[in-house]
Design a protein around this ligand. Structure first.
Ligand SMILES: Cc1cc2nc3c(=O)[nH]c(=O)nc-3n(C[C@H](O)[C@H](O)[C@H](O)COP(=O)(O)O)c2cc1C
Length: 268
């Protein structure tokens, strides 16, 4: 029942166009083939590749075409090392040739509104921050896809959401800007085998029609067992490591802190 589905080539192999648009089979294949890369060769990312990755990020859909994000390219080795520490002590961050921090950024537009005579913007609020996070992550995911297309690899670092005070200092983050995800990018080591893709939930577990559907308890636990299949770790141990852990509690504290910087509410 929980057999993983691979792309059904027969369904799209005969398609070369759909409504006069080319069907990009290679993109779909690449989405299935991608796995996170956490160990990099010494080969630098060329300026040309870096530019393509950044330009591709900016091709992502964006709310109201506002591009509510900024991307910090971290070049300074001491900053990479500081981020490796502040992002839950993950040394491979400092070894990545290219480190990109995607920041939700409502500052650019808010400043412009404030500078414009006759324009009276309300202060940025939590809704603006979350919309900007969606924008920033859409751009980051485009960067991931472009990275893969160039034969490089990447890994998201969610821990950039932790330790807001430290991250703010390292990256000089001003008001109304908040880092929301980080990507480390580089070339795989030669002959490095691609890691097996960790299993995904079956679509039935996560895709619903017309309204949300809570799975029955047994169905839920079956889906979770499928996800943990092949691991020695129990669900309780997983909960301790991922949910109750210090890093996870710190992330929750830190994000609440970031969001305090977006003070507008109905009452204000
Ligand atoms: C929001 C987000 C945060 C992540 N943070 C980390 C991280 O801090 N460290 C890490 O090694 N991998 C991180 N990852 C990568 C996931 O562990 C990885 O995507 C997941 O295990 C699935 O594996 P795959 O990417 O190889 O398919 C993160 C991924 C996402 C989307």
């Amino acid at each position: 029942m929980h057999k993983r589905q691979s792309p059904n080539h027969s369904e799209y192999d005969e398609l070369s166009t759909q409504n006069n648009r080319p069907v990009q089979k290679s993109i779909i294949d690449s989405l299935y083939a991608r796995t996170s890369l956490r160990s990099f060769s010494d080969q630098p990312v060329t300026p040309e590749d870096e530019r393509i990755i950044l330009e591709s990020a900016c091709q992502a859909p964006t709310a109201g075409n506002q591009q509510l994000y900024s991307i910090v390219v971290v070049r300074d080795q001491s900053k990479k090392e500081a981020l490796a520490e502040s992002c839950d002590h993950q040394p491979f961050i400092a070894q990545a040739p290219l480190v990109l921090v995607f920041c939700a950024d409502v500052r650019r537009w808010y400043r412009a509104f404030c500078l414009q005579e006759g324009c009276h913007p309300r202060k940025p609020g939590v809704g603006d921050a979350l919309l900007a996070c969606v924008d920033a992550v859409a751009a980051a995911q485009n960067a991931v896809v472009a990275t893969e297309a160039l034969g490089l690899g990447s890994c998201y670092i969610g821990d950039i959401l932790e330790n807001c005070e430290t991250q703010r200092d390292i990256l000089d983050i001003p008001e109304y800007v908040m880092p929301c995800c980080m990507l480390v990018i580089g070339h795989p080591r030669q002959l490095q085998p691609r890691k097996a893709k960790p299993p995904r939930f079956n679509l039935e577990s996560i895709v619903f029609e017309d309204s949300y559907r809570d799975a029955a308890d047994t169905e839920l636990m079956e889906a979770i067992a499928f996800k943990l299949h092949g691991r020695t770790e129990t669900l309780s141990a997983f909960c301790e490591r991922k949910w109750n852990s210090d890093f996870s509690r710190e992330m929750t504290r830190s994000v609440a802190q970031w969001l305090k910087g977006f003070p507008y509410s109905e009452q204000s």
